[in-house]
Design a binder for this molecule. Structure first.
Ligand code: NAD
Length: 433
């Protein structure tokens, strides 16, 4: 099939590459000319495990192309995917300006039947708005389909190639048939394609992300309670995670969820509910807990230094909002760095992939280290904000030699508490004895 993807970011680039890998001809379109230039030259603009190999292979085989010209990009497409940003607006609603602008342009550019598929996360009713805008200027038949994307950054290629499920919201039999053909290579192991109406498809994505955010905030509160009740959250986590009704995933406490999806999607669902005069009580609490959790580690640091961290120097490991990505959108690390700088402390940071993105935010206000050990030199303490695998088993003798003070604030519970005690390290983690 011939496919166009409008928006070549985390979702668009991964979707486009994976569709080309299954034999389709894909054109990825982006408004960012520099990005298109890099991608056309075989230079990836994001870090995502496993992506580069597929990306280069499909460029070589001429199944994957890039352009910034919308008209040329969609002219021969059977299916047009929208993988455009839907960032939070001022009052938390999903800002649809990118989607609606493209929808407005598409009407006059479509010359034969096309399926327009919305992969972006959008509030209920957006597909109907997109249809209306396209229809305004369009003289041919077309369908608009809602197909929310569930890939996780850090495992995006794997998730796209082997999704748990694919959700397709459409009432068009024709669109349904074509899309099931497109997706058939991705569901060979029996994972379902779930068909539904558009409103339900749009809501499904928000419900999924909000439920996962709820699980995280719930465990973060259990962790805080563990600290007060002299219990250990790792034991409690094991105790409940083995219950098949609960499951083991998303039970790890930490310093709050971040990223480009959970924070904005929770906000957007609260706002959508408000618009129909429903107060989504649980989600308000989920957000509140998450904001608290992001500064909880700073509270611990302040308490340790008796509220005087002015002039102290900290090492910070982990900048991306989670491991295996370079994405720093809404990353807890940014909040921590800002709070430390505001309090007069200095910071050296290390991350395997996200340093360049953080440099764009903090510039020369912080120091950027080449590896985990350089980062520790002369630091009054180490803070861990992301659970990259390479942080899990470091050389503790080296750590003890390099740190000015043998002190670790671990926001991801990476190390064994007894081991830390034996190494004479003052170790603060989340919800553990
Ligand atoms: P992104 O910011 O990484 O990428 C969006 C791209 O769209 C950018 O490259 C931008 O330059 C481009 N763009 C903006 N306006 C354009 C226009 N008029 N024409 C062409 N290109 C344009 O965003 P993302 O993370 O890929 O997310 C896209 C959507 O998918 C969002 O709604 C998001 O909520 C959803 N989503 C994201 C993830 C994720 O893990 N990132 C997962 C599932 C769903």
């Amino acid at each position: 099939m011939k496919i166009s993807i409008i928006g070549s970011g985390y979702v668009g680039l991964v979707s486009g590459t994976c569709f080309s890998e299954t034999g389709n001809y894909v054109k990825c379109i982006d408004i960012d000319i520099e990005k298109v230039k890099k991608l056309s030259n075989g230079e990836l603009t994001i870090f995502e495990p496993g992506l580069e190999k597929l990306f280069l292979k499909n460029i070589r085989e001429k199944r994957l192309k890039f352009t910034s010209n919308l008209e040329k990009g969609i002219s021969d497409a059977d299916i047009i995917f929208l993988a455009l940003p839907t960032p939070p607006g001022k009052d938390g609603h999903a800002d649809l300006k990118y989607i609606l602008k493209v929808a407005d342009q598409l009407g006059s550019l479509i010359k034969d039947y096309k399926i327009i598929v919305d992969k972006s996360t959008v509030p209920v009713g957006t597909a109907a708005k997109v249809r209306k805008l396209i229809a305004k200027n369009c003289k041919v038949d077309f369908d608009v389909v809602s197909n929310p994307e569930f890939l996780r950054e850090g495992a995006a290629v794997e998730d796209f190639m082997k999704p748990d499920r694919i959700v397709i919201g459409t009432e068009s039999e024709k669109a349904r048939k074509i899309l099931s053909e497109l997706y058939s290579p991705f569901v060979r192991q029996g994972n379902p394609i779930i068909y539904m109406d558009q409103n339900s498809a749009e809501l499904t994505k928000y419900a999924a992300n909000s439920f996962l955010a709820t699980k995280i905030s719930f465990m973060n509160e259990i962790a805080l309670l563990c600290e007060k009740l002299d219990a250990d959250v790792d034991l409690v986590r094991n105790g409940i995670g083995t219950d098949s009704r609960i499951g083991k995933r998303f039970l790890f406490p930490g310093i709050g969820y971040g990223g480009s999806c959970f924070p904005k999607d929770v906000k957007a669902l609260i706002k959508s509910a408000k618009e129909v005069e429903y107060d989504f009580k649980i989600l308000n609490a989920v957000e509140f807990v998450n904001e608290f959790q992001k500064i909880y580690i700073i509270d611990k640091i302040n308490k340790y230094f008796k509220k005087n961290i002015n002039g102290k120097h900290f090492a910070l490991w982990g900048l991306s909002f989670k491991p295996n990505t370079d994405d720093i959108r809404e990353a807890p690390s940014l909040v921590i760095i800002k709070k430390l700088l505001d309090a007069g402390a200095s910071v050296s940071v290390f991350d395997p992939e996200a340093i360049n993105n953080v440099r764009n935010v903090f510039g020369s206000k912080i120091n950027y280290s080449k590896n985990i050990y350089d980062c520790l030199i002369n630091a009054d303490g180490l803070i861990i904000a992301t659970e990259w695998n390479e942080f899990r088993n470091p050389d503790f003798n080296k750590i003890n030699k390099l740190l000015k003070k043998k002190l670790i604030f671990d926001g991801r519970n990476l190390f064994d508490t007894k081991k830390m005690k034996n190494l004479d390290i003052e170790y603060f983690s989340i919800g553990r004895k």
